[in-house]
Ligand binder design. Structure first.
Ligand SMILES: Nc1ncnc2c1ncn2[C@@H]1O[C@H](COP(=O)(O)OP(=O)(O)O)[C@@H](O)[C@H]1O
Ligand SMILES: [Mg+2]
Length: 347
């Protein structure tokens, strides 16, 4: 398995789940950022409650660590003060797995399916009538082609989350009545989230120290909270526990995280794009080979933030480093010439 990255937006084994849980907002009012999503949901929840109807199914999409699971919990709490039932695409390998989940749902409950893009096709198709009519069409094997029984379920709300909306079929996407896209957070919102976390964890930190952590958090609350904990460790071991801006700089330098939040893997990616492929365009498979990483790792956890920073662009021919990337790495920029394009045709 690849080494765990401090700045990875993915949930990690080393993460202290109890701490993460404690840092999770539990009500819509506690959520920082994503204000449009929050406002629309507030209205939809209120309306559903007034009509005593279930809330429409909701699809949440966006990069890892931005609060999709958190929001699913918040919605369930706001709707009926209960935790959602939780499962995931890869956990539902056959229709019977989903059957047992569905038949146990009570009226108005929330079912959360994480990584919906990884539902097996057969399970996904089984979900269509469930989402539309709260009806199950279940085939019992045996005899000549088996027998289909159909029965009604309690009305519930399905919340699906995905980091790869592009991989969802239109058929399932269209069955979600509400769809919300999560975007990276700005530094101001991340600083607010860090202030709240520092308060909950009883960490004494200056505002500019928290802002310095926010600017290295890749727009991602999960990363921000993790960096805060690493910096707290450093402050306790190397100083008096107070998180100052110097402590942030030194503590994160030890973790080899630079001032934009890039780590060794990001820099290796950029360096190979620039030095091995002359700045690109280079194919993702070629980059995976030269960096020694899985293609999925590069696409899921390295490229989104480099694209967001404008360090890399995607062209039809492949990935290309921009002048910003050269500058950040202190490498003199050499723009591509028409001759380079010609040379590519024959190389
Ligand atoms: N809007 C937010 N405000 C405050 N904290 C947040 C917010 N979104 C996410 N977090 C924090 O980030 C962590 C990761 O969020 P999570 O919901 O697990 O992300 P996702 O499901 O999108 O990967 C949570 O533990 C929570 O503490
Ligand atoms: Mg999640």
């Amino acid at each position: 398995m690849a080494r765990e990255r401090v700045i990875s937006a993915e949930r990690q084994n080393r993460d202290n789940d109890a701490v993460n849980f404690a840092l999770r907002p539990t009500r819509l009012d506690d959520i920082t950022g994503q204000q449009q999503v929050v406002e629309q949901l507030r209205i939809a929840i209120e309306a559903a409650r007034k009509r005593s109807e279930p809330l429409e199914h909701i699809l949440l999409d966006g990069p890892p660590g931005l609060g999709k699971t958190t929001l699913a919990h918040v919605i369930a709490t706001e709707l009926n003060s209960r935790a959602p039932k939780i499962t995931s695409g890869p956990a539902l390998t056959k229709t019977s797995d989903l059957m047992s989940v569905l038949t146990n749902l009570e009226k108005g409950e929330v079912l959360f399916i994480d990584e919906v893009h990884r539902l097996p096709k057969i399970v996904e198709e089984f979900l269509y009538p469930v989402m539309e009519d709260f009806r199950v069409d279940y085939t019992i094997e045996g005899g000549l082609g088996g027998r289909t029984i159909s029965f009604a379920l309690q009305q519930f709300t399905l919340i699906g989350a995905t980091t790869r909306a592009g991989l969802l079929s239109a058929a399932i996407r269209d069955r979600f009545g509400m769809r919300y896209h999560f975007d990276f957070y700005d530094e101001k919102d991340l600083t607010t989230i860090l202030e709240r976390s520092a308060g909950l964890l009883e960490i004494s930190a200056s505002k500019d120290a928290l802002r310095a952590i926010a600017s290295r958090s890749r727009g991602t609350p999960r990363v921000a909270n993790r960096l805060l904990r690493r910096v707290r460790d450093y402050a306790q071991v190397r100083a008096d526990g107070e998180v100052t801006i110097d402590i942030v700089h030194d503590g994160l330098e030890i973790q080899r995280i630079d001032r934009l939040g890039l780590d060794d893997l990001d820099r290796t990616y950029l360096t190979s794009l620039i030095e091995v492929y002359g700045g690109g365009p280079a194919g993702i498979e070629a980059l995976a080979a030269t960096t020694g990483q899985e293609r999925d790792t590069l696409e899921d956890v390295v490229e989104p933030y480099l694209l967001q920073l404008g360090f890399v662009i995607r062209t039809r021919q492949g990935r290309q480093a921009t002048e910003h990337a050269y500058k950040h790495l202190n490498v003199p920029f050499k723009a591509r010439t028409p001759a380079d394009d010609q040379a590519d045709l024959f190389s």
